[in-house]
Design a protein around this ligand. Structure first.
Ligand SMILES: Cc1cc2nc3c(=O)[nH]c(=O)nc-3n(C[C@H](O)[C@H](O)[C@H](O)COP(=O)(O)OP(=O)(O)OC[C@H]3O[C@@H](n4cnc5c(N)ncnc54)[C@H](O)[C@@H]3O)c2cc1C
Length: 369
């Protein structure tokens, strides 16, 4: 967003919207500054408009939305509700869910329409259409990037008191030799004890490619309690113009399995930045010497370059005084290096999840090109 010239001002309170002489909005006044404006968009969240239902005496759920059953009947079975005013089941948590999305409203509208037309048949014992609930599958486009997700984010899971692992992966979205390849970031939210997948989120320059990874996991989340194994073995289509033979979504499941089993020890970009700034770690760059060497020259003694395929022969050069953070382009070769170091009894290393690509996307500047 910043690359596109968008400025962010956090922690400020809007005090006034000032009009021009024609009465159109011209300025936004905050407690710290005044900004000229042609258009003001207030995105202050969405709350269900359920006053009419409340006043009528219909039951209202925890979210403030109208309570409905799977047939989308309210507490008065002759009144149906759906869309932004209704609360449905959250199929991941099993609790109440509120998903104010046009996709939900349309699906629920069909169920309601079907059930209204079947009401007479229902009264004779025929089946009704059902809407079981939702996992909250969403997507947005931000300039040339797309973001999408389904289920719980790590923060939403933590807010519910769950013990979760956020597995971050950056990998090519199609075969490495295919010209239109692009790096895709995915996060898998996993319950630590059970290995149950609770959600997935992603960021990509290609929205269609991203949805091809989010949607199948959304389907898994809707129809069971998927585990990381279900994601690592998830069947998705492969051909070089569309995917890699080991698809990025399967690689995400593999990384989750490795983390849960303790085979992989990761550090996220934000935590790495703190460790780096506090000079608490030495970086071992596992990329080709031309990339790693350039960073080693910039940070003598703090950033070392040993390409992954030379590491076994160059183990004596690996420093032992501080914990190591292993980096490569996307976190794959650095993980392979971690296995080599573990086998050599040098088990204090952390793998930078998503590698240098993740640092760039998180806005962490360590002097990289
Ligand atoms: C800017 C914007 C972008 C969005 N983009 C997306 C998107 O990309 N994907 C997505 O899934 N969702 C998106 N949404 C959300 C989506 O539009 C809503 O979830 C969806 O429209 C909800 O449908 P609904 O029928 O429940 O409510 P609405 O579409 O709000 O329809 C409710 C209707 O009821 C009328 N009404 C209200 N009170 C009364 C009353 N007392 N008497 C009679 N009529 C009344 C209203 O005037 C309105 O016409 C977006 C929303 C906004 C605002």
């Amino acid at each position: 967003m910043r690359e596109q010239g968008v400025e962010f001002f956090f922690g400020e309170t809007v005090a006034a919207l000032e009009p021009d002489q024609a009465g159109r909005v011209a300025r936004v006044v905050t407690d710290r500054r005044t900004l000229d404006a042609d258009l003001v968009i207030l995105a202050a969240g969405v709350a269900p408009n359920a006053d009419l239902a409340r006043d009528t005496g219909l039951d209202i759920g925890e979210s403030g939305g109208i309570l409905v059953n799977e047939c989308l009947q309210t507490s008065d079975p002759n009144i149906f509700a759906g869309g932004d005013c209704a609360e449905v089941a959250n199929l991941v948590t099993g609790g109440p869910g509120y998903f104010p999305l046009g996709s939900m409203a349309n699906r629920q509208g069909r169920v309601i329409g079907t059930n209204l037309s079947r009401k007479a048949a229902l009264d004779r014992g025929a089946g009704m259409a059902r809407f079981r609930g939702a996992v909250g599958t969403w997507c947005v486009k931000l300039f040339q990037r797309a973001a999408a997700g389904a289920g719980l984010s790590a923060q939403a899971a933590l807010d519910r008191g769950m013990d979760v692992l956020n597995v971050h992966m950056v990998q090519l979205d199609r075969a490495h030799f295919y010209p239109e390849k692009d790096l895709m970031s995915l996060d898998l939210v996993v319950e630590r004890g059970s290995g149950r997948v609770l959600g997935i989120q992603g960021l990509s320059g290609n929205g269609d490619a991203l949805l091809a990874r989010i949607n199948p996991v959304a389907a898994l989340l809707q129809h069971g309690a998927p585990t990381v194994e279900d994601v690592s073995t998830l069947e998705v289509a492969y051909s070089p113009p569309f995917a890699a033979a080991m698809d990025v979504v399967n690689a995400l499941g593999n990384a989750a399995e490795n983390l849960l089993a303790g085979r992989m020890r990761n550090v996220e970009a934000g935590d790495f930045e703190r460790l780096w700034q506090a000079d608490e770690v030495t970086v071992l760059d596992c990329r080709a010497a031309v990339q790693g060497g350039a960073m080693a020259e910039k940070h003598p003694g703090r950033w070392l370059s040993i390409p992954q395929d030379e590491l076994r022969e160059r183990l004596p050069e690996v420093p032992r005084d501080k914990p190591l953070v292993l980096v490569c382009n996307t976190g794959v070769r650095s993980f392979e290096s971690q296995i080599v170091l573990d086998a050599a009894g040098l088990g204090r290393s952390l793998n930078l999840a998503g590698g240098m690509a993740a640092l760039g996307r998180a806005g962490v500047d360590v002097g990289q090109e």
